[in-house]
Design a protein around this ligand. Structure first.
Ligand code: BGC
Length: 698
């Protein structure tokens, strides 16, 4: 596996700081203010600002000094076109964040992000408002589909790869939403309450890894409060943690309408985005009167990032986009991110299958995508098959067509699933039934529960009762419960698989590619296993609270699988889990050295077809105390019979506690056990070493 770090070429030359300072020195007060105030770039109350292309945001440049404007677009999953502000403009729809995270492969994420960066640049944008990497603390968070799962090492590493992919195209990446925007319900009024050490070890660690490895030009502070203070007004978060402790040299921009206080600039916010929204929601424009020395620093940070990422030297140029080539990148990412959850020998589909019933999920027209600011209007969507249904966009890649193409001699029939009886009758006549089940997620709302909506569980039960060879293909933005699991023969989680999702699904179903996805998020067995059974801030009426409320993250750093391990809960499918059509064996696991803690082992493909595996390392004992923490991984593609030796260096912060009083990472002296396995609940072999006490800078 290629490491995220090796994907990140150092973009910034040594001169960017002094060049930024010189530019600021030449700017008038009005110009300095102009650069720290962003505007909506879609029609709202006013038309879009002069010079804006039309997108989420715009910041005017300073022509006389050659400072280009910032043209800001959403986001990591493809170039959005909010409200069709650029009439008819489409873009490659990448697989969703959870699909990308399921690849556990920085190279795949980098490639996908580089495509999005390339499309941004060729459409005239120089700032991309992604990646998002809030941790999946709650599997009902409506934006989990945009993010990278529940673990800080995985999310941080993959976000870094995304940042480097985007910035390789001279487009600034924005790590968002900083921080703890871990649910949508009441996001503008809630306070995420959590201990300092716990947030440093979890949500903030994801950002820390992403920022230090990826060096994004910008970080976007979140809507919510943290321990009572709005994230965009939080001097501790922005000044102490981001800028001082992590040495972040870029700028902090606000989320859209997230500035609530005129002191925000003094507290570390460098740029107000979409000032019109702050005016509307929060009563004022905040960046009109900022003290001169502070303003100079804010501008310097913005200009430094612009210089470092190449916005002056390589300005965006309207130019043709190779959508065909980009679709192939989307296809490969989707294939890699599909997770095979269950396979009772029914997959890959046997060549001899003569009749296949495809049911539900609009599988005849496309694959589901997620909604909100990340929504992409996919290439090909002008055609009738990609049209939005009730605001829900299906990327025009029909699984039905792809299955037909994959089984040209079979009779492949479709029932839309609206009538379970009809679907069951069709399934009964077929050798194999494939039910497509979907759940749509979007920004600004969470899932009320983990249930597949619209009677789809009943549909699956009915079809499975009619045909003993039933497979379920899920297109969801979050985990779902599966009451029918024992009655179906196979399950694929495809997330929102993007522009070529249908083809990717068919390629996995037919075994043209080996399923290699691993879960970046725990699938609970029931809602009772959730940390907060009732979604905080959701009234009985189903409406989100508008009055301030707190979400107490008393699980602290024990997000996802860590809490399942500590509380001895058995999930439906564990973090790290995913099947392949071949099998792998590990051997020779040992600790090679203790500083930094480095492990070595062999991975062998013991099956008879090629496949990609993701061996995982977990810390199971920390200073003599039982622990559960993901500390390393590698993705490796092996031919049948092939063995590869792997050596993994772990990040010492993952062995440490964050000591909030001393503001250091503290490795305690004692016995440490690390285990190798195929998932967080499937650890095969372990090794133990004594470590000396050690402190590390924050
Ligand atoms: C979202 C951000 C997005 C911004 C601009 C906000 O509502 O939270 O993720 O980048 O809008 O569209």
């Amino acid at each position: 596996m290629v490491s995220a770090l090796s994907l990140c070429a150092a973009l910034a030359g040594p001169l960017v700081d002094s060049r930024a300072q010189k530019l600021v020195a030449s700017m008038t007060q009005a110009e300095r203010l102009q650069l720290v105030r962003g505007h909506l770039a879609r029609p709202f109350r006013d038309p879009i600002p002069p010079g804006a292309i039309g997108s989420a945001g715009f910041v005017a440049g300073v022509a006389r000094l050659g400072i280009p404007p910032l043209q800001e677009t959403d986001a990591m999953l493809g170039i959005a076109n909010p409200g069709n502000v650029r009439p008819g403009d489409v873009a490659t729809a990448m697989p969703s964040g959870l699909a990308l995270a399921s690849t556990w492969d920085p190279q795949v994420v980098y490639d996908s992000a580089a495509v999005v960066g390339d499309e941004a640049w060729r459409k005239g944008f120089n700032v991309l408002l992604g990646p998002g990497l809030d941790l999946a603390r709650d599997p009902r968070n409506g934006r989990n589909f945009e993010y990278l799962g529940e673990d800080p090492l995985l999310a941080g590493t993959l976000a870094a790869a995304a940042i480097c992919g985007i910035q390789s195209r001279h487009v600034i990446a924005t790590a968002k939403h900083f921080a703890l925007n871990d649910q949508e319900t009441g996001r503008n009024v809630l306070s995420a309450d959590i201990a300092e050490s716990a947030m440093r070890e979890s949500d903030l660690l994801a950002f820390e890894i992403a920022v230090e490895t990826g060096q994004p030009g910008a970080v976007m502070c979140a809507y919510n409060r943290i321990n009572g203070i709005y994230a965009c007004d939080d001097a501790h978060l922005l000044h102490d943690v981001l800028k001082r402790d992590w040495g972040f040299k870029g700028w902090a921009m606000s989320d859209w309408g997230a500035v609530n206080d005129s002191g925000a600039a003094a507290n570390g916010l460098d740029q107000e985005s979409a000032a019109e929204l702050d005016q509307l929601f929060n009563g004022a424009e905040y960046f009109n009167a900022v003290p001169a020395s502070l303003l100079a620093n804010m501008d310097e940070r913005i200009l430094r990032s612009m210089l470092a990422v190449g916005l002056f030297a390589q300005p965006p140029r309207a130019s043709p986009i190779d959508y065909e080539a980009h679709a192939q990148v989307a296809l490969r990412a989707a294939e890699r991110g599909i997770v095979l959850l269950k396979n009772d020998g029914v997959l890959p589909i046997a060549a001899a299958t003569t009749r296949i019933a495809v049911i539900g999920g609009h599988a005849n027209s496309g694959v589901l995508s997620g909604g909100g600011s990340a929504q992409v209007i996919p290439v090909g969507s002008a055609a009738e098959n990609g049209a939005a249904r009730d605001g829900v966009v299906y990327d025009p890649s029909s699984p039905l067509d792809a299955i037909r193409a994959g089984a040209p001699d079979a009779r492949v029939e479709f029932a839309d699933g609206s009538d379970p009886g009809r679907a069951a009758a069709l399934a009964k006549q077929a050798g194999l039934a494939i039910v497509f089940a979907t759940r749509w997620d979007a920004e600004n709302a969470d899932d009320p529960d983990l249930t597949l909506p619209n009677g789809q569980n009943a549909l699956i039960e009915t079809v499975a009762a009619a045909n003993p060879h039933t497979i379920v293909v899920l297109e969801t933005g979050n985990p779902v419960t599966m009451p029918w699991l024992d009655r179906v023969r196979g399950v694929l989680e495809c997330w929102y698989p993007g522009q070529k999702g249908g083809e990717a699904i068919a390629n996995v179903l037919f075994g043209n590619v080996d399923p290699s996805g691993r879960l970046p998020i725990t699938f609970p067995a029931t809602e009772r296993q959730l940390m907060r059974p009732a979604l905080p801030g959701l009234a009985a009426s189903g409406k989100p609270a508008s009055a301030p409320f707190s979400v107490t993250y008393s699980e602290g750093g024990d997000v996802g699988y860590r809490r399942y391990a500590k509380q001895n809960l058995k999930p439906l499918f564990a973090f790290g889990y995913g099947l392949s059509y071949t099998s792998f064996r590990y051997g020779g696991f040992r600790i090679q050295q203790t500083r930094p803690l480095t492990v070595r082992f062999d991975a062998t493909n013991i099956g008879n077809r090629a496949g990609t595996d993701t061996p995982q390392i977990y810390l199971t004992q920390k200073a003599g105390v039982p622990e559960m923490r993901f500390i390393g991984f590698s993705s490796v593609t092996l031919a049948p019979g092939q063995t590869q030796q792997l050596s993994l260096v772990t990040d010492p912060r993952l062995l440490a506690d964050f000591d909030a009083a001393a503001n250091v990472w503290q490795i305690r002296a004692g016995t440490y056990t690390v285990a190798l396995g195929a998932a967080s609940d499937d650890l095969e072999t372990s090794a133990t070493a004594a470590l000396a006490a050690r402190t590390l800078p924050p």
